[in-house]
Design a protein around this ligand. Structure first.
Ligand code: MIG
Length: 651
């Protein structure tokens, strides 16, 4: 059961789309102190607190403090309180299970028993909010009730589930041609290449540098013929550039955020001085969404939106590298940025004018909404879209990636922890920069990372310009990388089907082990094994220099080992087992009574037959979702029943 409580005069966030009954008096204690609202709850000693989407640390958020205030900080330390997105949904798994969604775009502080005295304290810095309380049978039931009210996940096309290669530093058409060719030569499947900011003319959105990318539409079409999509980046800020039609029109039609004096606010980002589109206005979202026509007219069907926290280098009031404005009393955020966000204004559709600081966490989400709604108008098929900044609700228009991680084992583990937490908040289509963004990756780390991201919906290898090249073919024995990427393609009939079923049923795709085995006390505490769809349990190797790991099996399962020679299945008992996992192999498990349809190897998704599958595992039937990979008419009626014994790959 979900109940809504309204405090003050909350801003429209578009997070919840279903009608929810209004409660009379909040069941949980609310203290009003000055201008903020505080929610408190006493946790039992064994209680687990789930949720909070894109935050650091483990799946159980207990013992620490987190702050919803979207922020671009590439040093993902455990202590970092905020990341790029804000997902204000928590689930308490205690004597009773309940969830709470704090629907406010202002800063929220979640103290999840950081003082180890059992106190959960949520402080909303704005007194205007909608609170949704969810009561359920257990944490998974609570999550499903929540997913039911926030609306269906974004449905990407099939090709978006393929492997993607990216790097900040591909500068020319030739650079991209080479990446495509090298993958082909090494036999490594590939579905898309991301184009980072260097494709643009002076870092201006909705432009292509025609010296570095002559005949862009031909370039796009040529790669499409080879089964490759190109995915350009779009940044939030619009360069101040007289003569640029987007800039001119934006000023004339009042689409940009305003400064203290009521003129267009100026901030420096990649293009130099820019204006920020006021995505909180409906007319601006419509206008911005229409701009994507520039790309779709040239054959582009996928995008990533960046710098939309928004990230700022300097502002008209604060020069780059200048001493920060002294804003006291906020130890949790770099002071200069707090000042920046207080210095620009949004015009809300309800007539209010508000500082970005007060509605901060909505900015990236409204950019995603603008792009998604625009692309939906422009294209008659599904598109790929993923954003760096997000808020619950944006999951209906695009996916997200977890920003500038680093090439470390800790970040690989964080990727594992992020996946179920993001799923609980609606973001099914998500993933991390495979191999790590900052710092130099190495062969072992990239191989182990591919073995994890083979199971995450977004599987993109991406790295920063300052780092070593980390395309798979840059390493010794590229055939080992080929094996791991080919596993992804062989699993796609399953992964695509499970993703689509989860999205259509408004369910999770990647779950904590505990959600599948609610009565199992041991499973409840395991965070380095996850459930992927209804049939698969993964237990990835997350440490350097080891030959394998130990795995807990809550029930007897089919162990599947995948390597250069294909799949090998073994029935294994419940309990603990130690497995050896060479770096060029992956071991995963199929749950009791379940099946996994696997296909043939493919060079890309265009080359993949979802219908030609073999069924692995001990179950008898599997409901496989199938469509053409891009239709907008998706529904569960597209599922077909596969029966064990009637499958054949003809190998
Ligand atoms: O200030 O476009 O997270 O993926 O490669 C850095 C360059 C801007 C941050 C993104 C990253 C991207 C990079 N961008």
């Amino acid at each position: 059961m979900v109940t809504k409580y309204i405090y003050g005069n909350p801003v429209e966030t578009y997070a919840v789309v279903e009608e929810v009954p209004l409660g009379e008096t909040p069941a949980h204690v609310f203290l009003e102190t000055g201008n903020s609202l505080t929610f408190t709850h006493s946790l039992g000693s064994e209680d687990i607190v789930y949720g909070l989407g894109e935050t650091m640390r483990g799946i159980n958020k207990r013992g620490h403090r987190y702050i919803s205030f979207n922020y671009d900080d590439p040093y993902h330390k455990d202590e970092m309180p905020s990341m790029y997105g804000s997902h204000n949904f928590i689930v308490v798994d205690g004597e009773t299970a309940f969830g709470a969604f704090f629907d406010t775009p202002a800063k929220v502080v979640f103290d999840v028993d950081s003082k180890k005295n059992g106190q959960l304290t949520v402080t909303c810095t704005s007194p205007d909010l909608r609170l949704y309380l969810v009561e359920g049978e257990g944490p998974y039931d609570v999550v499903r009730q929540f997913l039911a009210i926030i609306g269906r996940s974004f449905l990407p096309p099939l090709w978006a589930f393929g492997y993607g290669q990216s790097r900040w530093g591909y500068k020319t058409a030739r650079d991209i041609d080479r990446v495509a060719r090298k993958h082909r030569d090494a036999g490594i499947p590939l579905d898309y290449i991301c184009m980072d900011i260097d494709y643009m003319d002076q870092y201006r959105d909705f432009t292509v540098n025609c010296r570095r990318f002559p005949n862009f539409p031909d370039f796009v079409a040529r790669h499409r013929k080879e089964g490759l999509h190109l995915v350009p980046i779009v940044d939030a800020g619009i360069k101040i550039e007289p003569g640029d039609p987007v800039f001119e029109e934006g000023v004339k039609e009042g689409h940009f955020c305003k400064n203290r004096e009521g003129r267009e606010f100026q901030a420096e980002v990649w293009p130099g001085l820019t204006h920020f589109p006021d995505f909180l206005q409906k007319k601006t979202r419509r206008w911005f969404g229409e701009q994507y026509r520039f790309y779709t007219d040239q054959g582009i069907e996928g995008f990533w939106n960046d710098m939309n926290e928004p990230a700022i280098f300097s502002t008209e009031y604060r020069e780059r590298d200048a001493e920060p404005d002294a804003v006291r009393g906020d130890p949790d955020q770099p002071e200069r940025h707090i000042a920046d966000f207080k210095d620009f204004f949004h015009q809300l559709d309800d007539g209010r004018r508000m500082r970005n600081y007060e509605v901060h966490n909505l900015y990236g989400a409204m950019m995603t909404r603008a792009s998604g709604q625009g692309l939906d108008q422009l294209l008659d098929k599904r598109y790929l879209l993923f954003s760096r900044s997000s808020y619950i609700g944006a999951h209906r228009y695009g996916g997200m990636w977890t920003g500038d991680n680093a090439s470390t084992w800790k970040m690989l583990r964080q990727n594992v922890y992020h996946m179920p937490s993001l799923n609980m908040c609606g973001f099914l289509f998500s993933g991390a920069d495979t191999g790590g963004f900052g710092g130099d990756t190495n062969r072992e780390l990239l191989l182990r990372w591919l073995a994890v991201s083979a199971f995450t919906p977004l599987m993109r290898n991406h790295a920063s310009i300052q780092t070593r090249h980390q395309e798979c073919y840059r390493f010794r024995k590229p055939e080992d990388f080929k094996t791991l990427v080919s596993l992804r393609y062989r699993l796609l009939p399953y992964l695509y089907s499970e993703f689509m079923k989860a999205a259509l049923r408004q369910d999770m795709f990647i779950l904590p082990l505990a959600f599948g085995y609610p009565g199992d006390r041991r499973a409840r505490r395991i965070e380095d094994q996850l459930l992927v769809g209804e049939s698969i349990m993964i237990a990835p190797v997350l440490e350097p220099g080891v030959r394998g790991r130990s795995v807990y099996l809550p029930e007897p399962m089919t162990q599947v080992r995948y390597g250069a020679g294909g799949f090998t299945c073994t029935e294994v008992e419940a309990g603990e087992q130690t497995i050896e996992v060479p770096q060029n192999e992956v071991v995963f498990y199929i749950r009791q009574g379940k099946l996994v349809p696997v296909g043939k190897a493919a060079a890309n998704t265009a080359d993949l037959a979802l219908t030609e599958v073999e069924l692995l595992g001990g179950g008898t039937t599997y409901e496989q979702y199938i469509d053409d990979g891009y239709t907008k008419q998706c529904g569960l009626e597209r599922c077909v029943t596969r029966r064990k014994g009637e499958d054949a790959l003809g190998e």
